[in-house]
Design a protein around this ligand. Structure first.
Ligand SMILES: Nc1ncnc2c1ncn2[C@@H]1O[C@H](COP(=O)(O)OP(=O)(O)OP(=O)(O)O)[C@@H](O)[C@H]1O
Ligand code: SF4
Ligand SMILES: [Mg+2]
Length: 331
């Protein structure tokens, strides 16, 4: 692993995470296999939350897995704290200690149903060589930090509700005092009021501990609740990125406009207005896909598409405070 100084983030500090031109391909075909992630770049500053939003299948989880070293990277680079971890093996990953952690949609995937909560929470600490008694005490303290009783250490995952299990998953991710947490749809399986509780918990823990998050979700409203900056993905490519307010209140890319119009809102009147806006925009529903593989990936669903859009991939360019990949987007 080499250590070189990373370029500063917009706030002037060195990024915790810097992903540059990331490419991930699945299946056979080598360089000819279609890219699930196609030249994606993003940076996260210390204490910053970056939201990654897009439809199902757009490559969000794949980006998270590449950062965590759980899938092979075909191109580009991933730097964590200035270190190149793009192709880091398990041993090099372990040397990162508990600095880089993850929370997934289904807490059952991170909590072994046959182990007590205490054993599951202590495990990442035991791997770091922390004695059993101390690890268990830290598990008890961590459970209290996420709003659960310390006695939960002696119980099993099935004895908790979905929301409580997700709190336990948060506790397990944070027990090693990480710098960066990859949150992949951490509230998508929860009902609305439990979603709000877990989102508030993540916000409080971030404030207390100065954490950085990469927060992945398909709902732009959920993402923008926590994230200072948002990256909008469509079929493995970045369509738009920028400050959350900028992207949600003044979406410049036709896909982001469709996404903000589609995001569920609690007030029916606002929902009806959004639906009317979406219908007026002429954006075609999901499912109509471009098979050409060149040009703008959104061309077959975009009401503004021209011949240029079908033949030339639009580069990301600065517009206002955001970056937008559309030939025709304006400030
Ligand atoms: N292990 C795999 N093998 C082959 N293809 C895969 C694999 N994992 C994901 N893909 C494909 O890669 C693309 C991106 O998948 P990914 O899971 O990253 O999407 P996502 O944005 O997380 O979607 P969702 O919102 O449904 O979780 C999809 O077309 C998917 O079918
Ligand atoms: S580049 Fe063309 S097809 Fe793509 S989003 Fe812009 S107008 Fe639509
Ligand atoms: Mg996913």
């Amino acid at each position: 692993m080499s250590t070189i100084a990373a370029a500063p983030t917009p706030t002037g500090t060195a990024p915790v995470l810097e992903v540059t031109d990331l490419v991930v391909r699945y299946g056979r075909g080598g360089r000819n296999a279609p890219a699930a992630v196609d030249r994606v770049s993003l940076r996260i500053a210390p204490g910053e939350t970056v939201g990654l939003v897009g439809e199902s299948g757009s490559g969000k989880t794949t980006i998270g897995k590449a950062i965590l070293g759980l899938t092979r990277v075909a191109g580009g680079s991933i730097r964590y704290g200035g270190r190149d971890i793009t192709h880091a093996g398990p041993r090099e990953r372990r040397s990162l200690g508990g600095e880089l952690r993850a929370i997934f949609q289904d807490p059952f995937s991170s909590l072994n149903p046959r182990r007590t909560i205490g054993a599951s929470l202590a495990e990442p600490l035991r791997i770091q060589g922390i004695p059993a008694g101390e690890a268990l005490q830290r598990a008890r303290d961590m459970l209290e930090s996420v709003g659960l009783p310390a006695e939960a250490v002696s119980r099993y995952p099935r004895q908790f509700s979905g929301g409580q299990r997700q709190r336990i998953a948060v506790a397990r991710a944070l027990i090693t005092q990480p710098e960066l947490v990859i949150c992949d749809e951490p509230v998508s399986s929860l009902d609305l009021s439990t979603q709000a509780q877990v989102l508030n918990l993540l916000a409080d823990l971030r404030a207390d501990r100065g954490l950085s998050y990469l927060f992945i979700a398909h709902d732009i409203a959920v993402v923008s609740f926590l994230a200072q900056r948002v990256v909008v993905l469509y079929r493995g490519q970045v369509m738009e990125s920028g400050p959350s307010r900028e992207v949600t209140e003044n979406p410049r890319h036709p896909f982001t406009q469709a996404l903000t119009a589609a995001s569920p809102v609690p007030r029916p009147a606002e929902q009806a207005e959004r639906r009317a806006r979406r219908e007026a925009s002429g954006v075609k529903p999901a499912g109509i896909v471009d098979t050409a593989g060149v040009g703008c990936p959104f061309a077959n669903r975009c009401p503004l598409a021209t011949e240029l859009c079908r033949t030339e991939r639009p580069a990301l360019r600065a517009l206002g405070g955001a970056e937008v990949a559309c030939h025709y987007a304006t400030e």
